[in-house]
Design a protein around this ligand. Structure first.
Ligand code: FAD
Ligand code: UDP
Length: 469
């Protein structure tokens, strides 16, 4: 991969997050930990480095009048006078918000990014846990795309670790033991499940029906008229899809959006990778470092720990921030229903509980992710060291994912939009509300109520920023 071109040689500093012990800050470049004084603003010397960390009981706003001499003052003593200082407002510092902010800033706009969480990166955020293992706080994130523009653009902010994601299904073998085979279910899975000879014969039959190297969704395969292929489809449905989907969505594969199970089709190939995209990898120093570089631009100011909805007012037909009208673009990447006070009812989501376990062993499962497709309450276990390539002998951290309905209770995060015609209709009402504001743009997985991967969001953010500059 090409080396990154950094705009500024910033020190890479990111906070370990709310749940970690003590105010330790991770410095990947220097490989040492430092303990900052409370309230310290971290910034690079070469550039005005405005992504910052602070103890959570104190809040600061950065006044960006001067790019070289930033001043910090507690919010309680007065906020930012937005219209004098910024050309655009971005709500959320995930992929949607951060990519858009950077592209707008490179187009000459001064951008304020408000982020509710105490860190940047949205759901792609990663950090070191107490054992020093780099974990993804909101579930495993593997970057993959066929979009060269997106890959090249992101490559400005990171070097990539070449990583091809592989996933195993772990199922009971019917004799008191366990069996594993690749997911997506492929020719190797077939031979493991049915034995080499019978598996090879069935594989040939499938290839004759659908073609070599073809991907066939489970719903398509279940339409097969040939009794042997239909029986095979039932096997895959039962062993790979129905129980996992019930755990993940609380509904059967037939009840959910068909595009969802189509993400993991039966693959008539020996290729056992989870994705076949041209560009795949993990940011070498992690996603948070990538975001930190992306947001490190003189035109970008980031405020963490700030709920934009407490400051953004859409009543009265215009966008107002802190009580003052703001006519520049407002790019909103949070929940669409929340933005409008849930006036058409809440949009349904699935949320996840992540249970992290740190184990005193080098390796737990030998690969990045294992899906428990028939039993267990969790859907999958991910072992981060396999994803990140981190070498850390004697210790490893895994995460188990438990899915359930999102209720909107405090602290719950809406992870997956539940896409169906009824929910799409409700979403359309919110979108129509947003369209009443000529300077308001809904962007991202939450704001657009879609099942987007990181690359799709980055692509949409680049497109929107292009239109706005
Ligand atoms: P988010 O990352 O959710 O960012 C939105 C941000 O807005 C958040 O930080 C939020 O705090 C902030 N916000 C919301 N409301 C407000 C407010 N009122 N004020 C201030 N801030 C606000 N994609 C892949 O390509 N590969 C993967 O392997 C992959 N794995 C995934 C695994 C899981 C478990 C999940 C849930 C998703 C995965 N994704 C993956 C998808 C990926 O997470 C999304 O595509 C991406 O994070 C979407 O970015 P976003 O900016 O739209 O949303
Ligand atoms: N799926 C399944 N079994 C698997 C893997 C996936 O049934 O072993 C189905 C399930 O419905 C899941 C969907 O395919 O929600 C998409 O899977 P993917 O791995 O893309 O989900 P994500 O990583 O986005 O949670």
């Amino acid at each position: 991969y090409p080396p990154p071109r950094h705009d500024a040689q910033t020190s890479l500093i990111f906070p370990p997050g709310r749940h970690s012990a003590g105010p330790n800050f991770y410095l990947p470049r220097r490989r040492k930990r430092v303990t900052p004084a409370p309230g310290t603003l971290w910034r690079s010397f070469k550039n005005s480095f405005k992504v910052f960390s602070f103890p959570f009981h104190r809040k600061y706003a950065i006044l960006a009048e001067s790019r070289t001499d930033l001043t910090v003052q507690p919010l309680e003593k007065g906020g930012i006078i937005l219209e004098h200082t910024f050309d655009a407002l971005v709500v959320g510092a995930g992929y949607a918000g951060s990519v858009c902010a950077r592209q707008l800033a490179e187009g000459g706009k001064r951008v304020l990014v408000l982020e509710r969480r105490d860190h940047i990166g949205g759901n792609a955020y990663d950090r070191l846990d107490r054992a020093g293992v780099l974990i993804h706080q909101y579930g495993p994130h593997i970057f993959h795309t066929n979009n060269k523009r997106v890959f090249d653009w992101l490559s400005r902010f990171t070097v990539w670790r070449d990583y091809q994601h592989r996933v195993l299904a772990n199922i009971p073998d019917g004799q008191g033991g366990r069996q594993t085979y690749p997911v997506p279910f492929n020719l190797t899975s077939l031979e493991t499940a049915f034995g080499p000879a019978e598996g090879a014969r069935l594989g040939q039959k499938l290839i004759a029906a659908y073609g070599a190297e073809k991907k066939v969704t489970i719903l398509e395969l279940r339409q097969a008229r040939d009794p042997e292929i239909a029986a095979l489809a039932d096997y895959v449905y039962e062993h790979v899809f129905v129980h996992y989907t019930m755990k993940q969505w609380g509904q059967t594969p037939e009840e959910i959006d068909p595009n969802t199970t189509a993400r993991v089709p039966v693959f008539l190939s020996r290729d056992d990778r989870y994705f076949q995209d041209t560009y795949q990898g993990m940011p070498l120093e992690g996603y948070t470092a990538l975001f930190q570089r992306m947001l490190d631009h003189p035109g970008i100011t980031v405020e963490l720990g700030t709920d934009a909805l407490k400051r953004l007012d859409l009543s009265g037909g215009q966008t107002r921030l802190d009580g003052t009208a703001f006519s520049g673009p407002v790019i909103y990447t949070g929940q669409a229903d929340e933005l409008f006070g849930f006036r058409f009812g809440p949009l349904p989501y699935r949320t996840l509980d992540f249970r992290f376990e740190t184990l005193e062993q080098d390796d737990f499962q030998g690969c990045g992710t294992v899906n428990y497709t028939m039993d267990e309450d969790y859907t999958r276990i991910t072992e981060f060291k396999h994803l990140t390539g981190q070498v850390r002998p004697g210790v490893t951290t895994i995460v188990k994912e438990y899915s359930r309905a999102f209720t909107g209770a405090p602290g719950e995060i809406p992870y997956y939009a539940i896409i169906n015609p009824e929910n799409d209709r409700r979403y359309a009402q919110y979108r129509a509300e947003a369209e009443r504001f000529p300077n308001l743009y809904l962007l991202g997985r939450l704001a657009e109520y879609k099942y987007y991967n990181m690359d799709a969001i980055a692509s949409r953010a680049l497109e929107l920023a292009g239109l706005l500059t």
